[in-house]
Design a protein around this ligand. Structure first.
Ligand code: FAD
Length: 291
């Protein structure tokens, strides 16, 4: 099923993300976690793509397993910046053969070695090139990434939104956001992109921070603003793993309730291969999601 068929209804939906392992010895553990999350019956699941493409096969294997065993539609991520046109062409063929209908088209992060290099010879520079190739190679439902707090490489939000519109015009039919911890940033962003003429569904991505060690990593990765309310929570409970987990799930739940209450019907949870986190959030929202 194409994800766009799920979006845009009055029903409140929740989707979850898993990431593939880096090495084969972890594959079964990750697959078991993904299966446990799929068994919770989310609207769809996304499976990320290892930077550089080293785990591309795992992305496909996990996505097809979830679709076949649980009937949960999957969104397979694909990056391009570190790849040749031929490699990506083959990966798209593999996806088609595996029956993948939904693809998240991403550029991928630039590694420190890539920064400052002459890029004129690269096959890919931006996600839009992958979106165009996906459109040429098949009838995929294509998602793309967006950044309520501006992508770190952009010099202004206006420029970032202009490039986002190009991605949508090239064929992305929905957008998923980078994580954020202050919903007002998302609502402001939504207002601005609608004003810029981007009309497709936008799925907010919420990251439950369930241990104190995640905080620095999450900020470094996303550049997200941490509200004082969240910092206080980490100060108070960060030293106590169980309390921090409970508080992090409560904070994420609160963000989701606020989004649903303000008319955003689809929320994506960066569940980080943690079935207990996905399950706890669903439990907290059981009455809201049953409507
Ligand atoms: P782009 O859309 O190419 O944007 C990158 C930067 O270039 C932005 O500043 C943008 O404004 C600018 N830009 C875009 N188009 C142009 C243009 N034509 N000319 C000039 N500038 C332009 N990474 C992974 O490795 N694997 C994953 O599975 C993965 N999943 C993700 C899922 C989500 C929801 C998000 C938000 C991010 C994910 N990432 C993943 C991280 C992502 O690869 C990085 O954020 C990366 O730095 C940018 O990817 P993009 O697709 O947004 O790139």
């Amino acid at each position: 099923m194409k994800i766009t068929e799920l979006l845009g209804t009055e029903k409140k939906l929740m989707s979850f993300e898993v990431f593939p392992p880096k090495t084969s010895d972890k594959f079964d553990t990750v697959l078991a976690a993904a299966d446990s999350i799929a068994a919770l019956g989310p609207a769809f699941m996304s499976v990320t793509y290892g930077a550089g493409g080293g785990t591309s096969r795992y992305t496909l294997d996990i996505a097809t397993d979830i679709e076949r065993s649980y009937g949960v539609p999957c969104l397979a991520h694909l990056t391009c910046v570190n790849s040749t046109k031929e490699t990506v062409r083959q990966r798209i063929i593999d996806m088609k053969e595996a029956g993948i209908e939904n693809v998240m088209a991403l550029r991928g992060d630039l590694t420190p070695e890539m920064e400052g290099k002459d890029r004129s010879e690269w096959d890919y520079h931006h996600a839009i090139e992958l979106i165009t190739q996906l459109k040429e190679q098949g009838d995929f439902c294509i998602g793309a990434a967006c950044y309520p707090e501006v992508h770190p490489e952009s010099t202004s939000q206006k420029e970032d939104i202009a490039h986002l519109k190009e991605k949508v015009d090239a064929g992305a039919s929905f957008l998923t956001t980078q994580m954020f911890f202050d919903n007002n940033l998302f609502f402001n962003f939504l207002y601005k992109i609608r004003e810029a003429g981007i009309t497709c569904p936008v799925i907010p991505g919420i990251m439950p921070i369930t241990n104190a060690n995640q905080v620095d990593r999450a900020i470094k990765l996303s550049g997200s603003f941490m509200p004082q309310r969240f910092k206080s929570l980490v100060d108070a409970f960060g030293h106590d793993p169980k309390a921090m987990c409970q508080a992090g799930i409560a904070y994420a739940t609160d963000q989701v309730i606020d989004l649903y209450a303000n008319g955003i019907n689809n929320v994506h949870i960066y569940s980080m291969n943690k079935p207990h986190v996905a399950s706890a959030i669903l439990d907290n929202l059981s009455e809201i999601l049953s409507k």
